[in-house]
Design a protein. Structure first.
Length: 272
């Protein structure tokens, strides 16, 4: 145990948060770099009504260095911060807060979590992307896709929500039933919560083809049914664990100012 009175602490809050892999991922990286005396990463369950109090605690406790927010705190936290990065403002959510000279700064690293694994496979410029879902996760993803020059169509069960997001980010929209758009896309990204707790599919997979990339933001101990179906049809796949990894890598660098040890963090997720 190398923790002392000088150790800075980072806390992830959520409701629930018990399933979070962030503490294991970041603490393994601290150990690997020999900075586990300088930083420790913890988790705490917190109600959304208490987020303001937690931010106050962060302000007044000198070693309270960083605050990670997961569902449902990413929007609520924004009103208590001293400064918000323009990208996080545009996305409308903050997942990473870091204290710099007493100033609380909010960032969003979720969009990088989605875009980095995609860019490792394909240049996104002018690629047709079908984005399933129009919730919080979709906002970060559509931001990243548009920045990289992709042509995005948002497909959602509630079409009015797809339309609202599409107007804001200047893209097309349709319903989840629009199989033609799936067939015409280079990339299909599932950002709905469908398949999280059961084996359900967000869409019919009959139009998924071998030359497509299918990315499912949902992750768990096992591969989702959606990715299994896509693989059967020959598509290349990206799991939600990759998004978790790369948002964590970007967050590690924000919190420590050091390059994240990618393979160490990846190994933690493999042991899930
Ligand atoms: P997150 O922050 O994880 O994106 P969210 O903001 O609650 O969560 O958004 C959930 C997304 O999953 C929405 O796009 C939602 O569709 P609606 O806008 O129609 O609610 C989608 N979703 C959830 N359950 C669904 C279901 N059974 N079938 C289709 N889409 C579903």
């Amino acid at each position: 145990m190398r923790i002392s009175a000088k150790t800075k602490f980072c806390v992830i809050i959520g409701d629930p948060v018990g399933h979070s892999l962030s503490p294991a991922m970041h603490n393994a990286a601290y150990r690997h770099l020999g900075i586990d005396d300088k930083y420790v990463y913890l988790a705490a369950n917190a109600k959304v009504t208490d987020v303001g109090k937690i931010v106050t605690a962060m302000k007044v406790m000198d070693n309270f260095h960083a605050l990670t927010c997961t569902v449902p705190h990413k929007i609520e936290v924004m009103r208590y911060l001293d400064w918000i990065d323009p990208i996080a403002k545009k996305i409308g959510a903050v997942n990473s807060v870091v204290k710099e000279n007493g100033i609380l700064k909010g960032f969003n690293t979720d969009w990088l979590g989605a875009i980095i694994p995609l860019e490792k496979m394909i240049n996104l410029k002018n690629k047709k992307v079908a984005l399933l879902g129009a919730g919080g996760a979709a906002r970060a993803i559509v931001y990243g896709l548009k920045i990289k020059g992709a042509e995005v169509t948002i497909l959602n069960r509630t079409v009015a929500k797809a339309e609202k997001l599409a107007v804001e980010f200047r893209c097309r929209f349709s319903s989840l039933e629009n199989e033609k758009i799936i067939g015409q896309s280079d990339i299909v990204v599932n950002s709905t919560t469908v398949g999280m707790k059961d084996g359900r599919l967000p869409i019919k997979t009959g139009n998924i083809k071998a030359d497509q990339i299918v990315f499912d933001v949902v992750y768990g101990k096992k591969e989702t049914s959606f990715l299994k179906e896509a693989e059967k049809r020959g598509a290349k796949t990206i799991s939600g664990l990759e998004m978790l990894l790369y948002q964590g890598v970007a967050q590690f660098e924000l919190y420590t100012g050091k390059k994240a040890p990618l393979s160490i963090m990846k190994n933690v997720l493999k042991k899930l």
